[in-house]
Design a protein around this ligand. Structure first.
Ligand code: FAD
Length: 83
């Protein structure tokens, strides 16, 4: 990934799925790796239309990622308890 210096935000970054999980080159989620905010590819597809388009999705996908990670941890604990 190429990096460019900036002083406001970022419109491109790691491509993620609906759970904010980073996708690999084959578009498969990388288990345990999440991205949001400036690290995540913008929901606007690399375009910066107006102020507000960075913080809003940043907060939203941080919440989504935390919820998904917590769910995955609970599921893993249940599976290890059942084994
Ligand atoms: C002047 C200005 C005005 C803006 N106005 C708006 C606006 O009106 N609306 C809007 O939506 N967006 C606005 N933005 C953009 C918005 O603030 C950013 O896009 C957003 O804060 C990015 O969030 P982030 O969590 O990805 O990164 P950041 O908010 O930069 O958070 C990254 C955090 O990681 C910490 N960190 C860095 N390296 C390390 C390390 N090695 N170990 C531990 N911690 C580390 C940093 O200290 C920082 O706290 C503005 C930005 C600027 C500069």
């Amino acid at each position: 990934m190429k990096l460019y210096a900036g002083d406001i935000g970022a419109a491109t970054g790691f491509v993620t799925d609906v759970n904010a999980q980073v996708l690999d080159a084959d578009n498969r989620p990388i288990r345990g790796l999440y991205a949001c905010g400036n690290d995540m590819n913008s929901v606007m597809g690399g375009v910066y239309p107006a102020p507000g388009i960075t913080i809003g999705p940043g907060i939203t996908f941080a919440f989504v990622a935390a919820r998904h990670a917590a769910g995955a941890a609970i599921q893993a604990r249940r599976q290890s308890a059942a084994a």
